[in-house]
Design a protein around this ligand. Structure first.
Ligand code: NDP
Length: 309
């Protein structure tokens, strides 16, 4: 049977839960589907120091648990499940959950976030889960006292390198340019950490090992010199791709696949469908900006519902 709802929220990071909090308080009876990674990317981070209201910092998973509890207390219907297809060609919008549950929603708030990028080399795929990982916080524990490498030079890579440095014997940071993109504070932190060695102008040629990682062959892109580092873990932290695959036939995306919203709003090209958080933001990508845009999406949806009746 087709379920009819007023407001469907897809995705459960800071954007989705903030939209849920506002939509619940506006009596829109929101239903939120948590998606593949309930709580979103903050559930795979450690300490969050820059979310206002937590003067001593807060652990990412704990913060998301608090978001969830707040949405729950205000009456949000929180469900485990993944939106697998949509039909936005007419209202009410059709969304299928887990390939079998059909929903008709008067408004849809897309808050599906973004997922980790991979290098795309065969050995990375072959050794995934047996030494190759895109989440230092999830998997760092397995490399206690060992040597590891992490590729990337943004804030994520720097944060994950610091995290690994606390657990591992040695961390090689593989930076493809002659400088890092991370913030000054993070560059300072990794440069000052004794067991992090930053290798600039360095690219991954091949991850080595039969059934588990035992090394990485890297190439200096100035001299073309190859060098093998003995490591047990290889971490990838090179940014993210927006989770927009199921929407692309209906929603306008930019050249990198991020949802285009009308500036100053969360409106997409389809009236009644709104987007918030990382799925439409490749610039700020912070928990607090995602939460802010989640609030905007709920307010935009509320106004839309009021005007469409
Ligand atoms: P970024 O896009 O900022 O950085 C990606 C990094 O990966 C770049 O240094 C890039 O190198 C490198 N890279 C990309 N592709 C490859 C490749 N194929 N081989 C080698 N290196 C590659 O992503 P982040 O996830 O680090 O950060 C995203 C956003 O989130 C940023 O705005 C960041 O500030 C923010 N952030 C904030 C945090 C906080 O405030 N606590 C924590 C983490 C992230 P190059 O520089 O050469 O292009």
């Amino acid at each position: 049977m087709i379920e009819k709802i007023k407001c469907l929220i897809i995705g459960s990071g800071p954007a989705g839960y903030t939209a849920a909090i506002y939509a619940s308080r506006a009596d829109m009876k929101p239903v939120i589907y948590e998606g593949l990674q309930p709580g979103g990317q903050l559930t795979i981070t450690t300490e969050v120091e820059n979310f206002p209201g937590f003067p001593h910092g807060v652990q990412g998973p704990e913060l998301m648990n608090l978001f969830k509890k707040q949405a729950e207390r205000l009456g949000t219907d929180i469900r485990y499940g993944l939106a697998t297809s949509v039909d936005f060609s007419q209202r009410p919008f059709k969304v299928v959950i887990d390939n079998n549950h059909e929903i008709e929603a008067q408004t849809v708030i897309i808050a599906t976030g973004a997922s980790a990028k991979w290098l795309g080399i065969p050995s990375e795929k072959r050794l995934n889960g047996v030494g190759v990982s895109a989440c230092a916080v999830c998997d760092g524990f397995f490399y206690r006292g060992k040597d590891v490498a992490i590729v990337g030079a943004g804030d994520s890579a720097a944060e994950e390198a610091s995290y690994l440095a606390n657990i591992c014997n040695k961390v090689y940071m593989l930076v493809r340019k002659d400088k890092m993109r991370a913030s000054k504070a993070m560059i300072h932190r990794v440069s000052e950490t004794k067991n992090i060695e930053i290798l600039y102008n360095t690219e991954t040629d091949e991850i080595l090992g039969e059934n588990a990682v035992d090394g990485v062959r890297v190439r200096n892109n100035i001299t073309n010199e190859l060098r093998t580092l003995a490591i047990d873990g290889f971490f990838v932290a090179i940014g993210h791709n927006p989770n927009t695959e199921i929407f692309k036939n209906y929603i306008d995306l930019d050249e990198q696949g991020y949802i285009k919203t009308i500036p100053g709003s969360t409106k997409t090209n389809i009236e009644g469908v709104f987007a918030c958080g990382d799925v439409q933001d490749k610039n700020y990508r912070q928990a607090i900006t995602a939460a802010g845009s989640g609030c905007m999406a709920a307010l935009d949806a509320e106004r839309f519902l009021a005007l469409s009746h």
